[in-house]
Design a protein around this ligand. Structure first.
Ligand SMILES: C[S@@+](CC[C@H](N)C(=O)[O-])C[C@H]1O[C@@H](n2cnc3c(N)ncnc32)[C@H](O)[C@@H]1O
Length: 263
């Protein structure tokens, strides 16, 4: 990582860097790789769930961009990897604008380096559970036009918010801030597979984060919006690029995925 600013703590694992390690990235430290190894063992999927989760992000962003969404708020965006939201969206609409939000300083450090010469992309260091701070940030004000539909992306982030942090209240604030025709995309660890519970236990023990939720609890994040076909489904079942061959592997069963439209 070269010269590190003091806010980057290399002695405590972080959610973003553990996930980066599972994806085979290089923006992580030994403490992160140790938790990643435990987590992959608990998931029993060789890290496939993380790859399927990224693939789902790609399909959802392409879908939204093809449906005319030209601005995205990517909440809990994670460390930059091979294909990030702005690159995925711009393959469909070269004018797409993206604001990335994450509370991990490693993400803002690497994210800002990636988009430094890109006036249509910004990175905000903020907590998603503080929607006022996010929505009032200069980066959001500069890039997101709230009179036009917005693509809200919550890919594998809400399950890092504990119930006591009121994730439902936060999501309602984001949903209220956008106009009809906007979309919300969510992937979330669900209780269908015991491997998901085991993996969330690893996260909770090592990172103090991680909350598994059932189908009904996950569906509540979309309340008032219309889930588009095929509804809330396992990761690889959401509009797959290729026909799926059953059975689904465990990586796919770890999370539910859905996209809804504001009526
Ligand atoms: C598992 S990663 C997912 C990254 C990316 N969205 C993806 O799906 O590839 C979760 C990300 O959410 C971020 N995160 C977790 N809780 C957050 C919060 N309360 N506010 C902002 N970011 C958060 C973590 O720092 C991490 O980068």
């Amino acid at each position: 990582m070269g010269e590190l600013p003091p806010e980057i703590d290399t002695t405590t694992p972080s959610v973003a860097r553990v996930y980066d390690a599972i994806l085979g990235g290089t923006d992580n430290f030994a403490v992160d790789r140790a938790v990643a190894a435990q987590s992959v063992q608990a998931m029993g999927d060789g890290g496939n769930g993380a790859r399927l989760n990224r693939a789902m992000l790609g399909r959802a962003v392409r879908f939204m961009a093809a449906d005319g969404i030209s601005q995205f708020l990517d909440l809990g965006s994670g460390l930059p990897t091979a294909q990030n939201t702005h690159q995925i969206a711009r393959a469909v609409n070269p004018a797409a604008r993206v604001v990335y939000v994450d509370n991990d300083p490693s993400v803002s450090l690497h994210g800002r380096a990636l988009v430094t010469d890109d006036p249509a992309t910004a990175v905000v260091l903020a907590d998603v559970t503080a929607p006022g701070t996010v929505l009032d940030s200069p980066e959001v004000a500069g890039l997101i036009d709230f009179s036009q539909p917005v693509g809200l992306i919550c890919n594998a982030v809400i399950h890092h918010m504990l119930d006591e942090e009121d994730p439902y209240g936060a999501m309602t604030a984001y949903k209220d801030a956008v106009v009809p025709g906007s979309y919300l995309q969510v992937t979330h660890f669900c209780d269908a597979a015991p491997e998901a519970a085991a993996s969330v236990r690893v996260l909770r023990e090592n990172l103090g984060r991680g909350q598994i939720r059932g189908r009904a609890e996950i569906e509540r994040f979309f309340d008032g919006w219309e889930l588009i076909e095929p509804g809330l489904v396992f990761l690889s079942q959401w509009r797959p690029d290729e026909p799926l061959t059953p059975p689904l592997d465990v990586g796919s069963l770890l999370m539910l995925a859905g996209v809804a439209r504001k009526p």
